[in-house]
Write a protein that binds this ligand. Structure first.
Ligand code: ZN
Ligand code: ZN
Ligand code: FE
Length: 686
């Protein structure tokens, strides 16, 4: 990726068609930082310094080709000195479209929440003073506003958590230096490389037992913490003048997209921020911070956004133009253009009008800046997804529905340039199955065109439907009831003894299941993790997606040679499908509890059981099909124990194992898989 650092735009004329490549936004380069620090330089302390090697790109462009008039820099006519640099081939700012200085470029301004400008001598120093005194400040950045508070100030962090209704969800922090990070987290060489890369993502790092001055409330109940280094000149200025660590969280109303507009910031953040550190350079396309971690020495993205989008993935074949509209949660869209897959920035959950507007705007925007006119559109099989309904309204375009877990596996194949077939383990929370049920613990055999279900977790009821996702105690009861019937009550089960789920409350749930009242069936691995977490008394209600499963991972003990439970996978039925018993697993967990085994040990044995059981199943599928390549995809593979465990076990069994490195394994990767499946299917039918 590093080789793209200096490219601005490449135009190649193929016939009449112009293919365009546009750089992502790039964090402030060392040369610019040195100029900023030099009192003799005319850009000394200028918060919007940039050059051809760094600065805003994707977030400020309105249409192709990329030149100043087509960006939000059009409002800032270049001064004489900047123009000279712009026209001088020997200058680092030759044709740097966002080139600017104090005389001609964007300026900072500080406002209070009443929209009154704060008068002060030095805006940076004033902002630092306010942050140090505990204020929450909305800071306009590259791809949107952040809410910033001093990460060493527990009162301020707690207050931000409360007003943002954040529950226990960890905040990311930005720090002044690697040394500061080392005071509270461990950094491996690979993690350091990622932290300091020009994309400057948020990197999840292992917290130290002693977290120094960092407030415990930044990432409570989590062994990991998300950290990034300053990536705009403004950040550099803030951190050079005495700040050590700031919570920097996306500024938005609950589940809405990140705020980008100054007026919108005053309106939507009035309850959240006491001050606004703004500037007059417009952001055209919001782009959230990217989030990644290192697993087995390689990058694993949770979110691929700022710094990466719209950098294409290069494929080993050329395809017709396709638009794939992604999933309902963590939505991204993907365009295929010749041998490139252009994946959008993080769009988010399409459950509110602002997010849906952002979804449509991103599609239109990418079409415009890459000059795309797709004739094929791929969408999820789910009839009620926002993205599916969007497709249904379109005319004159070939629509191709794609099953959710097939898309997950195809996404993993695509980024590994693998044509299939593979054995796919698709483990996630929710996806619409071909039988109308909710899938998510799936073993598939897939290439791009076809997909066959070979094995899956046995169906369990989700009493209350969506409520069972938000309240894992319902899943816990459902699993216990299925495994043990009415005899499931026991004082040794923390769900009953510790978290106070009473028999009468449980009976209502059992009746719902018996009468099939609002209790859809699911084979989801995510729900199994939720249910086990609740049975172990770890989480009854969640405050953010995946919280119960994350708690289960976080409490797991070290491996120390712990056995998995002795559970055999069973046999393929007459339809060639193997159903994996969840009840065998639940009974083993309950037995361990009765024997007084500790929660960390049980959690670890549960993880090991999933790894061993499904690896055995991969072996069985290999025996049946001769396929030796396994692809791992779906949001559950964000679980480090599982991903590391499967890699080791499957490789030990002689499998070639494909994992995600370039796109997230979660639903943000779905659009890429959809695009490839649709393109290959259309090719086949031609
Ligand atoms: Zn630069
Ligand atoms: Zn200038
Ligand atoms: Fe999924």
């Amino acid at each position: 990726m590093q080789s793209y650092k200096t490219f601005e735009i490449i135009k190649s004329k193929t016939g009449d068609k112009t293919t365009t490549m546009l750089s992502p936004d790039v964090s402030v380069c060392n040369d610019c930082q040195n100029e900023m620090k030099d009192p003799a330089d005319r850009r000394h302390n200028y918060p919007f310094i940039n050059c051809t090697n760094c600065g805003p790109r994707y977030t400020i462009i309105t249409e192709a080709p990329y030149d100043r008039a087509k960006t939000s820099m059009k409002d800032f006519p270049l001064c004489g000195k900047c123009l000279d640099e712009y026209n001088n081939p020997a200058s680092r700012r030759f044709h740097a479209q966002p080139n600017a200085c104090f005389d001609c470029g964007p300026q900072l301004a500080l406002f209070d929440s009443e929209k009154k400008e704060v008068t002060c001598n030095d805006i940076i120093q004033e902002t630092i003073k306010l942050l140090k005194s505990g204020s929450c400040i909305a800071v306009k950045g590259l791809g949107g506003f952040h809410l910033a508070v001093d990460a060493e100030n527990t009162t301020a962090v707690k207050q931000l958590r409360a007003i943002k209704e954040r529950g226990g969800k960890p905040f990311a922090v930005m720090t002044d230096s690697l040394d500061t990070i080392r005071s509270f987290a461990e950094i491996s060489p690979e993690e350091e490389h990622l932290l300091t890369s020009f994309q400057k993502p948020i990197v999840l790092l292992k917290k130290k037992d002693e977290t120094g001055k960092l407030s415990h409330d930044v990432a409570p109940d989590n062994n990991y913490i998300g950290v990034m280094l300053p990536y705009t000149p403004l950040h550099v200025l803030l951190f050079e003048n005495g700040l050590k660590a700031l919570v920097m969280t996306s500024a938005n109303k609950k589940s809405e997209p990140i705020v980008i507009d100054n007026e919108e910031a005053f309106q939507k953040l009035d309850q959240l921020a006491e001050y606004h550190l703004m500037n007059n350079r417009d952001i055209y396309l919001r782009t959230d911070d990217s989030v990644a971690r290192i697993i087995n020495n390689k990058t694993a993205f949770m979110r691929r956004s700022r710094g990466y989008a719209p950098m294409p993935l290069f494929l080993n074949k050329k395809y017709s133009q396709v638009l794939a509209v992604g999933a309902e949660q963590k939505n991204t869209v993907c365009f295929l253009q010749e041998n490139k897959a252009i994946i959008s920035q993080h769009i988010g959950d399409l459950d509110n009008p602002s997010a849906i507007d952002f979804f449509k705007m991103t599609i239109d925007h990418l079409k415009r800046i890459f000059d795309l006119t797709p004739e094929i559109i791929a969408h999820d099989l789910h009839p009620d997804y926002t993205s599916t309904r969007y497709c249904n309204k379109l005319d004159n375009i070939k629509k191709i529905p794609v099953q959710h877990h097939h898309a997950h596996i195809a996404s993993c194949m695509a980024e590994n340039n693998h044509n299939g077939p593979v054995i796919g383990l698709a483990f996630d929370g929710t996806g619409y199955g071909t039988d109308g049920k909710i899938w998510g613990g799936e073993v598939l055999v897939a290439d791009y065109k076809d997909c066959q279900r070979m094995a899956h977790l046995d169906y369990s009821s989700m009493p209350g439907g969506d409520a069972a996702v938000k309240e894992p105690w319902r899943m816990g009861l459902s699993l216990l009831y299925k495994a043990l019937g009415n005899d499931c009550f026991s004082d040794t089960i923390p769900l009953f003894s510790k978290t106070g789920v009473q028999p009468d409350k449980a009976d209502i749930i059992f009746q719902m299941i018996d009468k099939n009242l609002n209790s859809p069936e699911t084979s989801s691995m995510g729900r199994l993790f939720d249910g086990i977490s609740a049975i172990l008394g770890l989480k009854n209600k969640i405050s953010y997606e995946g919280e119960a499963a994350i708690r289960l991972e976080m409490v797991a003990s070290d491996n120390n040679g712990l056995n998995s439970y002795d559970i055999r996978p069973g046999a393929f039925n007459d339809k060639g499908i193997l159903r994996v018993s969840t009840s065998d697993i639940v009974r083993a967990v309950v037995e361990d509890l009765a024997n007084g085994e500790s929660i960390p040990v049980i959690s670890r044995r549960f993880h090991n059981t999933i790894i061993d059981l499904f690896s055995d199943i991969c072996g069985k599928v290999r025996d049946k099909t001769g396929i030796n390549d396994v692809a791992l995809s779906g949001g559950v593979f964000q679980n480090r124990i599982l991903l590391e465990g499967f890699l080791m076990k499957l490789q030990g069994m002689g499998f070639v194992v494909l994992r995600h490195v370039l796109v997230p394994c979660n639903d943000a990767g779905i659009s890429l898989g959809q695009a490839l499946i649709a393109a290959e299917r259309v090719k086949e039918s031609q």
